[in-house]
Design a protein around this ligand. Structure first.
Ligand code: NAD
Length: 352
């Protein structure tokens, strides 16, 4: 298995393989770039079929974190960790303590956080062994009260702000009253986004594959429930993907009628070239890694201190970043994805 000649290798600064004899931990940490600060990124646990698949994921995801943090104006670099194992059957306290030791061995160049297959509980175990963990403790929330380290409320708030910026740009309206929004996936982020839209007076259509989440959205928010395949073809103003990656693909594109796509899901475009097709059709796409940065901003503030009001203001900056992206895309006749990438590069270069 090659690393330096790997197709996903992008001059990463540090790629480390960790193994613990007692627990059987097998993990990889990749630090892509620390120009702007220590590398921060989630720790994913997944039953990768091969070591090569795990390496590919960690190289790709750590690079993505560099650009996400740069675009969000954060003093952070990009990194990621993967644990090769099944999150349903392979978890133990000792395993995550060993992972905490592995993270600690990098002396703070990499800061870990929750990701697919891990959560606040695992972060708390790792925090027994290293201080380079985010999202492990209780803190004051920007909308009042206290909450645990889960960054989802901040992600949802950022998506709400970004959605408003997209609606203003494409539909020329400030007021969300009567706006028709289809939310795909009403889990942690999707439900909280739908709640804010409801409060702003929007009309909601939702789908999910988990009955309990659908019931909550229909009972608490009065949302209309539709089947997972019917969400794309609705005659709505905004499609908000908050479930899976790759959901903008040639099949769904044919069905999609919304003039705005603004949601939380990572890697929404199945293929980068679809951005051009969206532009051609007059559909304004809010690039995923720009609009869903509320979570990483939240995690950064937890590390660096800063008041809840400062956190809220920084999340609201997502709206400014998106406005800049939309305006440049129009002026340059480029896709919003291409402009987001360029802006991230520029911010990274300015940091250098
Ligand atoms: P979640 O698991 O709480 O919610 C996802 C929801 O989507 C679940 O209710 C699930 O049942 C539903 N779902 C799964 N497959 C579906 C399908 N085919 N059709 C419709 N619904 C389906 O996850 P989350 O934390 O809310 O994250 C949602 C998305 O946002 C993910 O793509 C995640 O990577 C991304 N994201 C989340 C955060 C965060 O802070 N949680 C930050 C950045 C990006």
């Amino acid at each position: 298995m090659s690393v330096f000649s790997h197709v996903e290798f992008d001059r990463h600064e540090h790629v480390v393989f960790g193994h613990d004899k007692t627990t059987g931990l097998k993990a990889i940490i990749a630090i892509h770039d620390t120009t702007l600060g220590p590398a921060l990124g989630g720790c994913r646990m997944w039953p990768y079929a091969t070591d090569e698949a795990a390496l590919r994921d960690v190289l790709r995801l750590s690079r993505g974190m560099t650009y996400k943090s740069a675009l969000a104006n954060l003093p952070l670099g990009g990194g990621k960790a993967v644990i090769i194992g099944d999150p349903r059957s392979g978890k133990s306290e000792a395993l995550f303590q060993a992972m905490g030791d592995f993270v600690d061995s990098l002396g703070g160049r990499y800061i870990t956080a929750a990701d697919s297959g891990t959560g606040v509980a695992e972060m708390q175990i790792m925090a027994q062994r290293t201080r380079h963990v985010a999202g492990a403790g209780l803190r004051e929330a920007f909308d009042g009260g206290t909450r645990d380290g889960d960054p989802s409320p901040s992600t949802a708030y950022g998506v709400f702000i970004g959605l408003k910026a997209a609606v203003k740009h494409r539909l020329g309206r400030d007021d969300l009253r009567g706006l028709k929004v289809a939310v795909q996936g009403v889990g942690q982020v999707g439900f909280d986004l739908a709640r804010q839209l409801k409060e702003a007076g929007s009309e909601l259509w939702v789908c999910d594959v988990f009955e309990g989440n659908l019931r909550r959205a229909s009972e608490q928010l009065g949302a209309t429930v539709v089947g997972p395949n019917d969400i794309y073809g609705l005659d709505v103003d905004v499609f908000a993907p908050c479930a899976l990656g790759g959901i903008i693909n040639p099949q769904t594109l044919e069905a999609l009628r919304a003039p705005v796509i603004a949601g939380a899901a990572n890697n929404q475009l199945a293929d980068a070239e679809l951005a051009e097709e969206l532009r051609r059709r007059g559909c304004l796409y809010a690039p995923d890694y720009a609009i869903n940065a509320g979570g990483i901003i939240d995690v950064c503030y937890e590390r660096t201190g800063g008041t809840p009001a400062q956190l809220k203001a920084h999340i609201e900056g997502i709206g400014d970043t998106l406005r800049q992206i939309f305006e440049r895309a129009d002026a340059e006749g480029a896709t919003t994805s291409a402009v987001a990438d360029r802006l991230a590069h520029e911010r990274l270069r300015a940091g250098r």
